[in-house]
Design a binder for this molecule. Structure first.
Ligand code: SF4
Length: 382
């Protein structure tokens, strides 16, 4: 009991003196807090700050976000990754506009019902914005609690999380839920760090059980997630000719699934998808065939660069080839055939566009393609 009391008192005293000045802390605006918490998932504070400022400037209210074209929201999110967060945030903003008159609700059931809002984010919104004594337990918080209270249970287990949530509810001092949850997060981010925690400057060191037993580096216990599955892909950077001169070809991803509706360079998984990088010649042959099948009149001419991107479950290894637009009559025939579809009805067509460097601002790209395109335009001789 004493250990718990010390924790809450010492932590809050420290937070009151040392809390960082973060843009979403300057006002207790629930919309700002909500946006910041979504951005902070899997992303560090320093990275989030400029994105947050730009996002709020572009979409200052829930209604502005709800009413914006999706491509504008994705464009503003470009570079932050995990784009389903942005799509869910906008879907939830529409819910707030339609069901709550544009005002972020402060009751648990309504907050939990918002798209993309799980137990952690709901707890963060309710506590930070509305000072409700709700737990907001993420990896940072579980690390601090595991160490301070010497909890040697696997933090990947639902039962451990549930236990920690009830522990946080006990620890929150009356009337200070907002500060307490932020203090806990702040301690995890600044002091009780994953590697080499700064115990000597820690405000709760005196009663920290892991520190007393010399186990701070061994906690928390966490089963390892499966490593992402590698995929090898060949990518076409098609340079236009004639009316497309100075432009490259991009396409839109499907309506659903990974990176839905974002824009990218045409690419496909190679048959050696699991076994490693292909030599250039077979890679270019595969790409040539795939471009033709898509009705794209272009030929691969040289290797341009390699790139990588990790999603939570897949690791892309991309081999990028410069391709030149050419007159290939077979491509035009195939395109016409696809457009007609089997039954003579128009089929669902992939959207392609020819863009130059200036046009890039109108399209949202996953980071890996954004970098390839930026580098290409920077170094190309157009
Ligand atoms: S004393 Fe060390 S291990 Fe314990 S809470 Fe502080 S930083 Fe973490």
């Amino acid at each position: 009991m004493e250990q718990k009391r010390h924790f809450s008192i010492n932590l809050l005293e420290w937070y009151d003196k040392h809390k960082r000045d973060l843009p979403w802390r300057r006002h207790r605006n629930p919309y700002y807090i909500w946006v910041s918490e979504i951005m902070l998932q899997q992303t560090r504070v320093d990275t989030v700050i400029p994105f947050f400022n730009r996002f709020i400037e572009r979409f200052p209210t829930v209604e502005d976000l709800a009413d914006a074209p999706e491509q504008d929201v994705l464009k503003c999110w470009e570079g932050l990754g995990y784009y389903s967060r942005a799509r869910n945030l906008q879907a939830a903003a529409k819910q707030v506009k339609e069901l709550h008159g544009g005002i972020v609700p402060d009751d648990k059931a309504s907050v939990f019902a918002l798209k993309g809002v799980g137990p952690y984010t709901a707890g963060a919104i309710l506590s930070i914005a509305f000072n409700k004594p709700e737990p907001a337990v993420d990896g940072n918080v579980m690390r601090v609690l595991s160490r301070y209270f010497l909890i040697e249970e696997d933090i990947m287990k639902g039962s451990t999380r549930a236990f920690m949530e009830s522990l946080v509810v006990e620890l929150i001092p009356d009337g200070r839920a907002s500060d307490f949850n932020q203090a806990l997060m702040e301690l995890g981010a600044l002091v009780c760090t994953p590697k080499s925690p700064h115990c000597l400057t820690c405000p709760v060191m005196e009663h920290c059980s892991a520190r007393q037993e010399g186990k701070e580096e061994q906690l928390p216990i966490k089963t390892k997630a499966k490593p992402p599955r590698p995929e090898y892909r060949v990518v076409a950077l098609v340079e236009g000719r004639g009316e497309h001169s100075g432009r490259v070809l991009i396409r839109q991803r499907p309506q659903e699934g990974l990176l839905a509706r974002m824009w990218e360079l045409p690419h496909l998984q190679t048959p050696a998808a699991r076994s490693g990088r292909l030599p250039d010649e077979p890679a270019m042959d595969i790409l040539a065939g795939a471009l033709l099948e898509e009705g794209i009149a272009a030929r691969p001419i040289a290797h341009l660069t390699d790139a990588e991107h990790t999603f939570s479950h897949i690791h892309w290894n991309l081999q990028v080839y410069r391709c030149r637009e050419e007159d290939l009559p077979q491509a035009a025939e195939l395109k016409a055939m696809y457009a007609a579809g089997d039954s003579g009805e128009p089929s669902v067509q992939t959207e392609y566009r020819w863009i130059d460097e200036q046009d890039m601002q109108h399209y949202a790209f996953p980071n890996v393609f954004l970098k390839i395109l930026q580098n290409y335009f920077k170094h190309s001789s157009y």
